[in-house]
Design a protein around this ligand. Structure first.
Ligand code: NAP
Length: 338
């Protein structure tokens, strides 16, 4: 008889109120995969996009008329309970974390390619580890894309402190961008709602601007080495105006129209960057286990700390998705395992 497990399922595209708890077969690992008993799944804006099938552009890849994978949850931490037939280096009983591109984390068990997984250090909880793969991984890659590296002694001696503006600093990705940019030795300015200003300053921003009250057009031109746009909505020319010659604007936001999403903005960014010393670079972050390993190390050392707005029990997963869908998450939302 097929063994079954509880999973939060939505067979069609649509809002979180249509997600329901079902019993589905426990996955069997294929060669190169492991099965995890899920201990924590962190949710992302991307889970909401896949749940809604919005923009339409995602559907040819993730399921034309219905999602290929009906279970959401892409950042997963858990314990290996079964390994596939190939030699893959992961051991039963090991605690690991990683990214599931199509989802699957809102279930008691999930199959994951072993190459996507990184061992969790003993003093990092599974809830904390689950916050890192996409949110912190994207933040890391956004700063790399912007040319904001760890400051070398040479830079320090030269006295140049890069100034970075983070648009949308209070969400899952933004709270990590602020921490990592400060850790890399930058002076961080950030936009967020007034209620989150103290938090964002605590994370390392020297100045916060209320995104509902302070128009960016009032900021001086050529003031930043990099602008990391996680919020969207600002004309690209206004963002380009803010960076110095040789500086970069990085587009992280996936916002855009209901059909093509961010694509038209990406095309415009490429157009505006032709022949310009102020380049606008869209980011498509990818799962990178070497970056995840560094992020776990920084977390274990207490040098970065995920901001967790709320932990939900497994039986509250639908409420967790609804909370994210409402669009005002502060840091991360995590669902504990079943
Ligand atoms: N390019 C990539 O590879 C990649 C990877 C991951 C994520 N993303 C994209 O990155 C974006 C953020 O993801 P996330 O998971 O961090 O989202 P999130 O946690 O849901 O972000 C919510 C936060 O954004 C703030 N916010 C909304 N509009 C804002 C604005 N105009 N100015 C400043 N802050 C604003 C909200 O603050 P208030 O409550 O004050 O409104 C809230 O705290 C999404 O569009 C996602 O699709 C892209």
């Amino acid at each position: 008889m097929t063994e079954t497990m509880p999973a939060w399922v939505r067979e069609t595209y649509g809002p979180s109120d249509g997600v329901h708890l079902e019993q589905i077969p426990v996955p069997i690992p294929r060669p190169g995969e492991v099965v995890l008993r899920v201990e924590a799944t962190a949710l992302n804006a991307g889970d909401i996009r896949l749940m809604l099938g919005d923009p339409l552009l995602v559907r040819p890849v993730f399921g034309l008329t219905r999602p290929k994978h009906p279970v959401r949850g892409m950042e997963v931490a858990g314990t290996v309970v079964a390994v596939g037939s190939q030699e893959i280096g992961a051991e039963v009983g090991e605690r690991v974390v990683g990214e599931l591109v199509g989802g699957g984390g809102l279930a008691s068990h999930v199959a994951v390619p072993a190459t996507r997984l990184v061992p969790i250090p003993p003093d990092v909880t599974s809830v904390t580890a689950a916050c890192l793969p996409i949110a912190a991984g994207t933040a890391w890659q956004a700063l790399d894309h912007a040319g904001i590296g760890f400051r070398s002694v040479k830079h320090t001696a030269a006295g140049h402190v890069p100034r970075v503006l983070v648009l949308g600093a209070s969400g899952g990705v933004g709270t990590f961008v602020v921490q990592l940019a400060a850790l890399r030795g930058s002076e961080v300015w950030a936009t967020c709602g007034e209620r989150n200003a103290r938090l964002v300053e605590h994370l390392g921003a020297v100045r916060t601007l209320d995104h509902r009250r302070s128009p960016l057009t009032e900021l001086p031109a050529a003031h930043f080495d990099a602008v990391i746009d996680i919020a969207g909505g600002m004309p690209l020319r206004d963002l380009q105006r803010l960076v110095i010659s040789g500086g970069r604007v990085v587009l992280v936001t996936g916002d855009g129209g209901p059909v093509l999403g961010p694509i038209p903005r990406m095309v415009k960014a490429a157009f505006l960057s032709i022949g310009s010393s102020r380049r606008i670079r869209p980011l498509a972050a990818s799962p990178r286990s070497e970056i995840l390993a560094k992020l776990l190390e920084l977390t274990a050392e207490g040098r970065i700390t995920p901001v967790i707005e709320r932990e939900f029990g497994f039986d509250e997963a639908r409420a967790a998705l609804a909370h994210l869908e409402a669009g005002h998450t502060v840091g991360k939302v995590v669902v504990r395992g079943a």
